[in-house]
Ligand binder design. Structure first.
Ligand SMILES: Nc1ncnc2c1ncn2[C@@H]1O[C@H](COP(=O)(O)OP(=O)(O)O)[C@@H](O)[C@H]1O
Ligand SMILES: [Mg+2]
Length: 237
């Protein structure tokens, strides 16, 4: 089995608060992995550590074979990332922002690639609008575009569907499923259990910084009618 993310006793303290407590995770290549947990359980903190935005207090994280503590910049160049509540720079237009991303990531033919995304997510008409004047949903479309436009083999996305209407949610879910079918890996954090049940092949459940479960979705659904039953039985214990 090939793993694209492996953590070993990954831990983060904020002062005295233990936000992530000695978490051991392995994420299979080609999986659609859902990191689940109530608000404040440590999902965002884990994604930040795995993408080199913050350092762990102790423990290790390996992403695509790279140590996130010693080489966070290398990790960021390889993976696609959408941080929680991140918005594109307000002073650039949509296309200026994508040109900027292309320059940093050295992406050829950005116009052509951007055109595919404008069409797919239906925001061609916003191409020359300043990011500060976009609706939240359109900003989220642009953040998805910047995360995937270099076709990373791994993307880490914090709460991906939160600003989308149901039609766009369906479209993005469909994209995620087709993305991992090409042997790419997606690591999503979400507190939306129905979404996870629908699309995730593997999940991990966090509660107050502790990892309560990690395994395949099919195994859970063999023994429970819905993921929510299993989830509630774990976090209420
Ligand atoms: N920068 C920070 N400083 C202090 N506490 C933080 C900080 N970021 C997160 N926390 C705390 O760490 C815990 C985990 O937060 P977070 O990782 O954002 O959880 P989740 O994404 O699952 O909602 C929460 O108790 C939160 O209040
Ligand atoms: Mg969060």
């Amino acid at each position: 089995m090939e793993y694209v993310i492996i953590t070993h006793n990954l831990t983060k303290f904020y002062g005295n608060l233990i936000a992530v407590n000695s978490v051991n995770l392995s994420v299979r290549k080609g999986s659609l992995f859902g990191l689940l947990g109530p608000n404040g359980s440590g999902k965002t903190t884990i994604i930040k550590m795995l993408t080199g935005q913050i350092l762990p207090s102790s423990g290790k994280g390996d992403v695509l074979g790279i140590d996130v503590v010693s080489d966070p910049i290398k990790v960021r160049t390889l993976v696609g990332i959408i941080p929680e509540q991140e918005t594109p720079p307000s002073f650039l237009t949509v296309m200026e922002y994508l040109d900027f991303v292309a320059e940093i990531r050295k992406i050829p033919e950005i116009e052509k690639k951007a055109a595919w995304w404008f069409n797919y997510l239906d925001f061609e008409d916003k191409k020359h609008v300043l990011c500060k004047d976009l609706s939240r949903g359109t900003r989220q479309k642009l953040m998805l575009t910047q995360a995937f436009i270099h076709e990373p083999e791994l993307a880490l996305i914090d709460e991906p569907l939160i600003n989308f209407d149901p039609i766009m949610q369906a479209k993005v879910k469909e994209f995620f499923v087709s993305y991992v079918q090409k042997n790419n890996t997606l690591f999503l954090s979400t507190h939306l259990l129905e979404t996870a049940e629908e699309i995730c092949s593997d999940i991990a459940i966090l509660h107050k910084g502790d990892l309560l479960y990690s395994g395949s979705m099919s195994k859970i659904l063999e023994e429970n009618r819905h993921l929510s039953e299993f989830f509630l039985s774990l976090v209420r214990r």
